[in-house]
Structure formats: structure tokens, C-alpha cells
Design a protein around this ligand. Sequence first.
Ligand SMILES: Nc1nc2c(ncn2[C@@H]2O[C@H](COP(=O)(O)OP(=O)(O)OP(=O)(O)O)[C@@H](O)[C@H]2O)c(=O)[nH]1
Ligand SMILES: [Mg+2]
Length: 355
Amino acid sequence: MTLSLKDLGWSSFFDRQLDTDSGPDSGPDSGPDSGLTGFRIAEVHRDRLTGLSPDGSRDLILHGGQSTGDYAVGDWVLAEPAGRIARLLDRQTLLSRRAAGTDARVQLIAANVDTLYVVSSCNADFNQARLERYLALAHEAGSFAVIVLTKADLAAEPGDYERKARKIAGHTPVLAVDAFDPAHLARVAEWCGPGQTAALLGSSGVGKSTLRNGLVGDHAETKAIREDDARGRHTTTSRALRRMGNGGWLIDTPGMRALRLHGAESGIDGLFDDVTALAAECRFADCSHQAEPGCAVQVAITAETLDPDRLRRWQKLRRENARNSETLAEARARDKDFGRMIRTVMRDKKGQKGF
Ligand SMILES: Nc1nc2c(ncn2[C@@H]2O[C@H](COP(=O)(O)OP(=O)(O)OP(=O)(O)O)[C@@H](O)[C@H]2O)c(=O)[nH]1
Ligand SMILES: [Mg+2]
């Protein structure tokens, strides 16, 4: 079957970035982008990229000095006839996270994602704070989030999980599903129509690849989880863009141990807009919402119109985000200041003891 650029997710947003008279691959042209072909990145491996175009799939060649980590599944690139990438087009949305560990690397998860399926299960994996983290990521990126709670068929009261998710979801749809049931899969697919792109994100073992298999119709490996804590085994190890039965595109991702947000302040505040609206009413602009006079947040907590746990989770996410958003230089400066403070304290202590 031949797919058009539009079928692959191309839109006027990418068209506007072309320096041609008419568009990629649309005949003789005099602009600098003439003769280049638009490819959608479908797979990112350590040493190579695979792209999709109306002519099919092919490996793409990087420019010297570039690494495959500079590209995300879902990206649009323009490539020369031999497959060498000429340039990366601006992204409409980008999902990324701060890599684990102390280095400041930002890891790209997926690009040009319209719908983010935030996947958890109706079991011990379910956790409101974790869902909020993913929702903040979607808000920040500009992707539309849909919460999918799998394993509804295994839970005694799946409605309880659905209710808890709705409490934090705002306008985000919540679907409790059996990932093997075609009728449930159809409800999931509805949120990503032809030419649109969705990504599956969530912990290992929640059923991302099971959903993907049902929606795409081929077979990616899945593995049973541990019974005691519902943890998965990190079965999926790479990201790939696949076409769903309804013409939408789906990106399965490896299960995440931790999602470290960075640069997501507006995403967090957007998700917690009830708290931020209250905070804007506080008498002091720098109110910490603890015990200051004129604190509208504390008034709402006393009136039981705001859950104090929700305030705590908002503050925690903001703190973490600020820390993760530091540049490497800022983090080093903070460590240096901290080291200096410790040395001063130690020196003072020694002085007091008469050493
Ligand atoms: N009964 C039932 N089992 C499910 C459902 N969804 C997933 N499973 C099972 O859960 C286990 C883990 O599913 P996977 O699809 O491998 O999970 P994953 O999220 O892709 O995990 P990673 O690739 O490790 O990130 C498998 O044994 C699936 O058969 C569901 O809705 N109902
Ligand atoms: Mg998987």
C-alpha cells in the first residue's frame, strides 16, 4: 500500500518550513530544499536511523559529528537521494526527560506526538503522583493526554482506579481496559485518528506492548510481570513508530523506571491550575502556602475545597523540576556552594572544640 506524506503525519506545520516553491518531492523546483525527500523517523538505533517516506522505508545516513541520539522517533527530516540527512525539521511537540544519574543529558522520547497514552494498570502500579508526572510532561510538550488503565479484567473493582485517576485528570479522558479486548482497543484507538501520532508511556509491565500489538496487529514481545509488586521486566528495549489498523501511528516505548521532568514548569502549573489559581490570590507574591497571612491556598484547604496532598504533590514536582532544569554549570555551582558551606561549618565546629 502506498502512503502519502499526509498519511505519514505530514502537515502544513512542516510545509511552512520548506525552502521550495511547492513542497518535498513534488517535481522540479528551484529552492534549496528541492530534490530532498521528507522522511519520518520510524526507528532510532545506537548506530542507525530508519525513515519512512511514500516510497517505503530506508536507513538514513547521519552527517559527521551527529549522533542518533539527536533524533527522536516521530521526527521529520529532509534527506538527499542517497539517504544522507540534510536537515531536521522543527518539531511540533517533543517528549523528553532528564536522563537518570548525575549527568545533565536530556533524553529524547518521541517527537510530533499528538496523543500521549499515559499507561498504568489496575494494580500496584497505579499511583496518582506518577500519573501527574506523565500528565505534566504531556501538558508541557503540547500533546493531548489520555490515561489508559490496563488489566481492568484482573481487578475486583476497576471503577475504583478509574475514579482515582479522574480525580487528578481534569479534562483528560480516563479509560479502564482489558488490553486483549478488541472493543476496548477500539475505544483507545479513537483518540488517534488517521495521520495522527500517539505514544505509549508508562512503567515496565503495564501493558504498553500488549496494547500496541492489539492496535497495530503485529507481534512485539511481551512478558509476564512479577506477582508480588506488579513490576515488569523491561521487555521492550527500543522505540518504534508503527501504523495502527485505523491509519494512526503508534510509538511503543521501553518501560520507565523514573520520569525526571525538566523545563516543565508551565506543564506542571497547567495541570495543577486549581492550585495555581488559588496561589495567585495569596496576599504575598512569594507565599509558600505554609502559614503566611492572606494565603488563599490554606483557606481552601481549611474549607476542604483543596486536598492538602494535591498541594504537596504540586510543590514536590515544582521543586524537582527546578532542580532538573538547572544547567550543568548551575548544578556544579550549587554543589560548590554546598561544599563551601560544609567546609565552613566543619571549620567552625573544629574551632568550637578547640582543635
Ligand atoms: N489480563 C491482562 N493482562 C495484561 C493486560 N495488559 C497487559 N497484560 C499482561 O501484562 C504483562 C506485561 O505486558 P507488556 O505489554 O509486556 O508490558 P510493557 O508495558 O510493554 O512492559 P515493558 O516492555 O517492560 O515496558 C504481559 O504478561 C501481558 O500479557 C490486560 O489488560 N489484561
Ligand atoms: Mg513493552
